[in-house]
Structure formats: structure tokens, C-alpha cells
Design a protein. Structure first.
Length: 253
């Protein structure tokens, strides 16, 4: 098992009530792990004056109350957190499987994406559902899971005219990224499908079931199967305890 070592970082003041911590290693995976583990540590340390930490791909915005703590004190606290990361182990990822109806009324941009990529719609679907994706960070709106995208030949351009309303559960791609829209919202990404599962639940805590670091895989279903999922929520898959650990990990990929 490899030992985690936090990346070197730069800490920049962002206004008078936040600092931005940027990981600097040449390894994007290491940078991502550094900022997300740091954010998790900051969220659980219950430090006076610390309001929260918002991680992305290689940086984390740390918000604080300047009446309770100074930026200099916060810098020292972040450095302490980085040292703590080297001594701890991260929680293991959970895996989610997302059924999707592709194309038609549920994926109005599927054919356009296929034409732009120079492949068929079936090949777009095959590539999109071919692997598991790591959730890199939470995006807007409402905790959208931001993920690395499918292995398409080219980046996917955004829509020239963004939609004013994209249905909840829409499965979209743009650039080299993939996402699910947990709630109805405007959007400029190309929508290639929709899941019948409920992703966002205002009556639950947390509002969405996943967190950065979890993995997610899309599974194609038919239009006829869509209504059979009505009222069901997206839930993490339970591991098959009868399988050896190595096979459980393989099944989650």
C-alpha cells in the first residue's frame, strides 16, 4: 500500500475572509487528493472562526471569520492540516450505478454529439457507459457530481444557446467532463440521456448521496424500463461480501 504524502501548496488570500490553497505537484491525482482530504479535515476539526472549505480539482477555498481568526493564523492551521494528512488514511470510495435512457426526448443532443465526434450514437453510448468515473467535486446547481468525461475522440463543445430549463436527472457532457443534473436548472452542456432515479432529496441529510472520491458508472436501460424506477433514489451499491476484496474492487470499476 502506497503512503500518501501531501503536495506542496501555495496559499493565497481571497478577499478578507477566505484563502485559496492550491496544490502544486505535477501529478493531478495527487493534487486532487490533497485538496479534498484537506477540505475533509477542515470540515471536521471544528476550529473557531472557520466557516467551511470548498474543494475543486487542485485547490480549496477556505472561508473564515476575520473577527475571530486572522489569515496568518489560518495559514498556519492549513499547514497543520497538511501534516495531519500524511499521518492518516482516507475513507474508501463508495460506488454508484446509474441507469440511463439515452437519446430521444431524454437525450436531445445525443445525435449532435455523435456527429461532432465523427462516431455513431451507439458508440457515444458505449463510450459513456464503458467505465466508472471518480466524482472530482461538487458543482452547481445542487451538488452536481463533476466527473472526468468519457474517452471521446474530441472535447464536446457546449451549446451555443444554453437551455433555460434542463430536467432533473439529465446526463450531460461538455469538454472532457461528465455530469448529472440533480435538479431542474438552466444548462449549456449537451444532454445525452436521463436517469429515472431521484438524485437530490431536500428531506435528506446530506441532500445528495455521493461525495467527492466516490465512483459512478452509467448503465443503459430502455425507455420501457424508465417508469419502473419511479420513486427510487440513487443509493450506493453494497459490496458482495462473498467475493474476495480484489474482485469487489474490480466489480466497482
Amino acid at each position: 500500500m502506497s503512503v500518501f504524502t501531501a503536495s506542496a501548496v501555495e496559499i493565497h488570500e481571497s478577499g478578507d475572509s477566505a484563502v485559496r490553497v492550491v496544490a502544486l505537484s505535477e501529478d493531478p491525482e495527487r493534487n486532487w487528493e490533497t485538496v479534498h482530504r484537506l477540505a475533509d479535515w477542515l470540515d471536521t476539526c471544528d476550529a473557531e472562526g472557520l466557516h467551511g472549505a470548498v474543494p475543486t480539482y487542485d485547490s480549496v477555498l477556505v472561508e473564515f471569520d476575520p473577527a475571530a481568526v486572522s489569515a496568518k493564523q489560518l495559514r498556519a492551521f492549513v499547514q497543520l492540516g497538511l501534516r495531519q494528512l500524511d499521518a492518516g488514511s482516507p475513507a474508501g470510495p463508495r460506488h454508484f450505478e446509474v441507469p440511463v435512457v439515452y437519446g430521444g426526448e431524454f437525450g436531445p443532443d445525443l445525435e449532435d454529439v455523435a456527429a461532432q465526434q465523427g462516431i455513431t450514437a451507439d458508440e457515444v453510448i458505449a463510450l459513456h457507459s464503458a467505465k466508472s468515473y471518480t466524482i472530482r467535486c461538487m458543482g452547481a446547481p445542487a451538488g452536481s457530481p463533476m466527473m472526468d468525461g468519457p474517452d471521446f475522440p474530441h472535447p464536446v463543445p457546449r451549446l451555443k444557446d444554453p437551455r433555460l430549463s434542463v430536467p432533473a436527472g439529465s446526463i450531460a457532457v461538455a469538454g472532457r467532463q461528465a455530469v448529472i443534473s440533480p435538479a431542474v436548472s438552466p444548462g449549456g452542456w449537451c444532454v445525452i440521456g436521463r436517469t429515472p432515479l431521484t438524485v437530490l432529496d431536500l428531506g435528506r441529510d446530506p441532500l445528495v448521496p455521493y461525495r467527492p472520491g466516490d465512483t459512478l458508472r452509467f448503465r443503459r436501460i430502455s425507455r420501457e424500463e424508465f417508469d419502473g424506477y419511479a420513486g427510487r433514489y440513487l443509493e450506493a451499491q453494497l459490496p458482495d461480501l462473498h467475493l474476495p476484496e480484489s474482485q469487489q474492487m474490480e466489480a466497482a470499476r
